[in-house]
Design a protein around this ligand. Sequence first.
Ligand SMILES: Cc1cc2nc3c(=O)[nH]c(=O)nc-3n(C[C@H](O)[C@H](O)[C@H](O)COP(=O)(O)OP(=O)(O)OC[C@H]3O[C@@H](n4cnc5c(N)ncnc54)[C@H](O)[C@@H]3O)c2cc1C
Length: 433
Amino acid sequence: MTPIPKTKARLTIIGTGMAGMAGMAAACFASANHIDTVQVGVNSGMIYSSGFLDLMGVHPVESGKVWDNPWDAIEQLISDAPNHPYARLSRSDIRAAMDQFMAFLSAAERPYVADKNQNTEVITPVGTVKPTYAVPRSMWAGAKALKEKQSCLIVDFWGLKAFSAKQIADMLTPRWPAIRYLRVSFPAVGPSADLYPEHMARSLEIESNRIALADAIRPDLGDAMALGLPAILGIYKPREVREHLEELLGVAVFEIPTIPPSVPGTRLKEALDKRLVAGGIRMFAQKRVVTAEVQKNGSFVLSVGDRATGDVEHIIESDGVILAGGRFLGMGLHAGRKAIREPLFDLPVFQPPDRALWHQTNFFDPRGHGINQAGLEIDALFRPTDLAGRPVYDTLFAAGSILAHQDWMRQKCGAGLAIATAYGAVKAFQKML
Ligand SMILES: Cc1cc2nc3c(=O)[nH]c(=O)nc-3n(C[C@H](O)[C@H](O)[C@H](O)COP(=O)(O)OP(=O)(O)OC[C@H]3O[C@@H](n4cnc5c(N)ncnc54)[C@H](O)[C@@H]3O)c2cc1C
């Protein structure tokens, strides 16, 4: 029998993709700090991402108060909920985390735009408006058009499901009277063909298809100053695709996220993976950490296996681990019949005392559900703690949505929480070196 190959590293990051933002951000910070790092995870989650980076939008969730200034919101949150993971970080650390991550994205040719002291209102796939912190460059003209109420045309396509320009325009018209909608055929396919965002994005990387698309839209452009399209403007060359359409049509062109699978998520994954590998991160993509053991000297032995079968293919030995496995979707936590467990290290999980308290009776209860506050409690160095508040292991850290005492979806802080806590965990690991 062939022996199972072994790899040694200073740090192992468990979790990748985006969803998987915490693992991805941790890898960016580890790479920037030249930490010898291995990353293991299943990438497919990344296609969930809308592309927006929320930092802090809503607090308290009970009242649904929406904040213009995310920093003021964080300050209020920390004062009201001192157990929230943001309370483990200084304001300057959170800023540094966001700045460094955005610089990393720019260097990977996926630039973001943020008004650093203010949230930006953006259009969602269903035509609602939400506050976010940073917006992909390809979507920025939409935020500007919305803010300035510019004359705008939203376009969708015969055969593309779950993206309706009419619905978006209808939803926004009360606050944005100068918005119109149009449906056209996608170049080189008939009106009855089913369309998928990723195929459309690849197709628009071909120049002749962009010319045909511009020709289809031009007669209805009217006085529009901005043109909104679903997020399909290329996978590998999004800037080139968007700028070419702007040149052909003479208006600002922007993307609106589609529901998953998401082209912006795929773009980010492709670009970040390339950049991280070039930065020295060793990746075990589409693999899972199947078992984890702690040695007498405090280091970790992790077995890595096939995501489907769990068959062990590789052993990793590392001095430290950042656990960024997410909650239930990522399978960082497991909800059993009676209790919620952390399956890999069997860490204590903060959770409601009884399953009956996991959910409110009403799904849309403004207080949110108890289960969405479940997760790992951590010390000041982002180490999961036991019931007495002591770190379970000296060099095991946790980041992202697996952490307790936060409801990222309602608080509109998903990416910010993932990025900032990943920054905190990498910084804490460095202190231990
Ligand atoms: C549909 C959807 C839309 C979203 N939209 C936005 C948005 O508009 N703005 C925003 O800011 N945020 C958004 N988010 C949230 C954002 O992506 C969060 O930051 C993120 O989901 C939390 O990241 P995470 O890395 O902590 O966990 P997850 O995203 O759950 O990722 C955890 C990863 O760890 C992996 N993993 C778990 N266990 C193991 C193991 N044993 N071995 C290897 N890998 C493992 C999982 O496979 C997964 O890839 C959205 C999320 C979803 C699901």
